[in-house]
Design a protein around this ligand. Structure first.
Ligand code: SF4
Length: 345
């Protein structure tokens, strides 16, 4: 009976489904979409599954109530409304949700798994589940790997709030060096990395993190961050830690150097703005004024990830873009980035 009802719902929504699938065949790039129509709800991922999209089920206590499906970019959103995670929308899949149930269409001719590895490292919340474990656990594991690769003699390990904290705890557990909170985050300021202009990023950092002097004074600190993109944030953080009384500041980054821009929806600037694209690790250490700097190795990240490395987009680290990027797109990104702040879009 349910199968018949779902088939009827698909038939009723045929015009929407045909139009959407025809449009998606003409789209190239990374997209995860939820589209509401009068006849049903659509969830769709691009053929490479670069951005996540998950399906949940909302339990209802009323008898004879149809299953209520929900869609979200991350599983933490399901937890908030009390929904159970069912599964991911697959790369190149469209799900059509109506009161009759859920129908699935695999519309892409050559789907493959190329989840953005930065979702694992930074973008997604640590309380979300990906690859059957919380990102908190994953980020702790890359912190442990970082401690194995780049130990140093310090008094305290700290994380840059919030995204560097799980890796810092992992580093602390692996190395036996005590973990401490030395920076308090203002929770009303957005992510500085995603602010569109340099001046907004710099003022965002000043408002965002406040050092705890009584924790830091006279201490040799090792601070862990998830990534180092332009160096702007790191330089300010190191300055603040030294001014608060830290006698040494060492930095560890729980991902490899970011050397290539993202063309799949993340504002990472053009290549000449990425500090690791133009400077050596020693030069970066000098620029951000740390006593030592080390990144997680590429091999270490793969080891900690415990998944087939081919199932990720990791173009930021390798320049190996899973979806071809036309030269015109590369140039237009560069042109937009070069616009003065007042005229940029
Ligand atoms: S280029 Fe980098 S940020 Fe963009 S999708 Fe790939 S891994 Fe993610």
């Amino acid at each position: 009976m349910i199968a018949i009802a779902v088939a009827e719902a698909v038939n009723a929504g045929k015009a929407w489904l045909d139009a959407a699938i025809s449009a998606f065949h003409r789209c190239e790039g990374a997209f995860s979409l939820v589209i509401g129509t009068p006849d049903g709800l659509m969830g769709v991922r691009d053929p490479n599954g670069v951005r996540p999209l998950v399906i949940g089920i909302l339990e209802t206590e009323a008898p004879n109530t149809p299953t209520q499906y929900v869609l979200a970019s991350e599983t933490c959103a399901l937890d908030i409304i009390g929904a159970e995670y069912l599964r991911d929308v697959e790369p190149g899949e469209l799900v059509w949700i109506t009161e009759a149930g859920l129908a699935s269409f695999h519309w892409a001719t050559q789907p493959q798994r190329k989840l953005c590895i930065f979702e694992m490292i930074y973008f997604a919340r640590p309380d979300s589940i990906m690859h059957e474990e919380s990102l908190y656990s994953y980020r702790m594991r890359i912190g442990k790997q970082l401690a194995i690769e780049s130990p140093t003699d310090v008094d305290l390990v700290m994380g840059v709030p919030d995204s560097g904290i799980p890796a810092a705890i992992g580093f602390s557990q692996q190395s036996g060096i005590p973990y401490a909170e030395g920076l308090i985050k203002n929770r009303y300021v957005g992510r500085t990395f995603i602010q569109p202009t340099q001046s907004m990023r710099e003022s965002g950092i000043r408002m965002k993190l406040n050092p705890l002097k009584d924790v830091l004074v006279g201490k040799r600190i090792l601070i862990v961050d998830d990534s180092l993109v332009r160096g702007t944030t790191s330089r300010k953080i190191v300055k603040a830690l030294r001014e608060a009384g830290a006698t040494e500041v060492h930095m560890r980054i729980s991902s490899p150097p970011v050397t290539h821009p993202c063309f799949y929806g993340i504002d990472t600037d053009s290549q000449d703005q990425l500090i690791a694209a133009t400077k050596s690790v020693e030069e970066i250490a000098q620029q951000i004024n740390v006593d030592s700097l080390a990144y997680l190795s590429w091999e270490g990240m793969l080891l900690a990830t415990q998944e087939d490395p081919n199932s990720f987009c990791s173009a930021c680290f390798t320049g190996d873009y899973p979806i071809p990027v036309p030269e015109m797109v590369k140039r237009s990104k560069l042109m937009l980035e070069k616009q003065p702040a007042s005229t940029s879009v």
